[in-house]
Ligand binder design. Sequence first.
Ligand SMILES: Nc1ncnc2c1ncn2[C@@H]1O[C@H](COP(=O)(O)OP(=O)(O)OP(=O)(O)O)[C@@H](O)[C@H]1O
Length: 750
Amino acid sequence: MPDADLAHERDYVRGLYRRLDELRDEKRGQLAAVRKAGAVGSVQNISERDAFAAMYEDRLAQLDAVEDRLVFGRLDLDDGEAQYIGRIGLSTDDLRRLMVDWRAPEASHFYQATAFDRQGVRRRRHLILQGRDVKAIEDDILDADMLEAGHHQGEGALLAALNSKRTGRMADIVSTIQAEQDRIIRAPMPGALVVQGGPGTGKTAVALHRAAYLLYSHRDRLKSAGVLLVGPSPSFMKYIERVLPSLGETGVVMSSLGRLMPGINAVPEEDPRVSRLKGSKRMVELVAAAVSNRQRIPSGDRIVDVEGQKLVLTPRQVRRARDKARATGKPYNEARNTFVKILLRELTEQLQSKLEASSVGNNADRSYLAEDVRQARDVRVALNLCWMPITPQKLLSELFSRRAILDTVATGLSGEEKDLLERPADAPWTEADIPLLDEAAELLGEPDAAGSTEAARREAERRRDLENAERTLANLNNALREQGVDGVVSAEDLADFQQAPGARLTAAERAVGDRTWAYGHIIVDEAQELSFMQWRLLVRRCPLKSFTIVGDIAQTSSAAGASSWSAALTPFFGDRWQLEELTVNYRTPSQIAESAARMAAAAGLTVSAPKAVREGQWPPIVDRVGAGTVVERLVAVMPEELEAADGGLVAVIAPEELVDSARNALREVYGARVGAGAGSFDQDIVVIDPREAKGLEFDAVVVLEPGRLVDEHHGRVGDLYVAMTRPTQRLRLIAADPLPAGIEAQFADA
Ligand SMILES: Nc1ncnc2c1ncn2[C@@H]1O[C@H](COP(=O)(O)OP(=O)(O)OP(=O)(O)O)[C@@H](O)[C@H]1O
């Protein structure tokens, strides 16, 4: 009987939360005990205790993170067993399984089974929770025989999720992952997987759940190498930042394209021509030329004074030393050490012969002379002029701010192109500069020898920690097994935990600060926006080329972005990438989705127009208004939009030049309810440009002057397509300028 079913599920779910509480108490107790023991005992004991404490903390954080909707599904199987599916796996003390982690192989049936392909499942049940209580249950009966037993129907867990109000933060979809999405989430890790999908098909959701899945199924490898997730902008990263923690995963490094170089926080590049040029393959040659240009052969002999003796440095000597140093194949700053050593030795020999000849220092100690040469200011200046140690920032800032250098180095660029590259030395770095800085860093290597020694020292220390870790691992794993945490600790984990207290960093934390970190897997969202140079940077960060690449070629708005996957990826992956498609739009109601697709098609954009999963309440609305009154109309219609959004989020997406006036006008009426753009999605009205809107979604969207978003001075068709596909409920366009062709035809009588 249905009500008895509900009572049973409530009871079971109460039991699961009880078990969760028990585990939390247990961890808290263990943590307190370890902390109480304090920092006494041998170094080995203390570091072991630190390791335990850190692991208890991590496990506790994970147990706390899964509180909300801990369990969401149940499968009734052919063999009569009932299997509960939730955010983590839970077992009793005597290892009887209470709930299966959604990422475990057997949980895939929850997402994949259909009436045609039951996969041993008779009934799939969705448990809809409110707090810790089961509010409703919904059944998909896959085995017709079960229909007789009666079943629970509702709006459908998926539709309920899709119709819910947006909060400005993305939520996980773990309870309603659809079969085509699940197949991608669980695809094997090696190689490059490209997920193409139109707007709202769940690409971002799939990317995030795949990160959680890979961390679960390849924990050993990924826990030490880490996963990097790259998105287009800081506001987008903020939008998605809560999803992985809600899935109990905190070990993913999330970065927008402007933050991929540690220590630099780049601003967007405003000029599309600059983005295009700085993103192009030609920059590889330019940066290499800029580096070589820093090695100079003097035009004539140079006299250097060492302790009153005149020594000569000839162009020939310098050339020979340079060639030998280059032949080491080391990066510029590291090869410089060889260059300097050779010339110091030669100058020392010269000094010695001079002293011998003048009989002043016949008995001079050679090492003492070498020190004299090394310390001499003249020598330092002369060597620096030939081969200056340099940082990537200095290299590029001088290249772009001194026309004379640019003219010498950029031989393949036109005058107009060089104009585009020129910028003041103190201008902030833009997103387009980041891959060039990275390219330069790669060619330059460590800026000074001390740095590389430090890196070597850290590595040696880590190797020692690893050996220690292996010794204590057996011990630790036994203890953990007693706590029901199985197989999660590797020697690497322990080595990380055993670092000195200040340096107790997870792989993710260490990776963030290390440009040369090699990730185990990289997930790229909105990947259509990436330039050649950005791809080059990312591939360098994952030498194994294990990538998940999600995006929609039709939504490209960056001038340096891709117009085909093959063109973008072949230079890096050859033909070793696999394409998967997502075909259902979960965000935008069908009337709006179709209107956006017709607009895009009329503008010549090839779109993969996904099938919308639901009908909306409203068709798109178009307001034609008189010149100069767009903002006025916006203010006039806002009450209607807010009412329709019913407490949800309303976004105004406007061409850049209208953003400020629209925001100011709305602020006069709505004050602090109006968000200031990127990262202000806690307010219920936001005014943004299409670039900031990328990847986000809102209950209602008002687009100002859609015609301008497609005109090539302002943006690309992709921008309007992005703007029109952001709403989950309602779309309004306000235009004084002519409407784009594809829209004009649809709303001829508007
Ligand atoms: N299986 C699902 N269950 C519930 N909600 C889903 C599901 N798949 C997608 N969604 C929801 O649909 C919306 C769109 O998803 P998402 O942002 O991942 O799409 P996208 O393909 O990245 O879109 P775009 O390319 O337009 O930015 C989100 O609100 C997401 O939570």
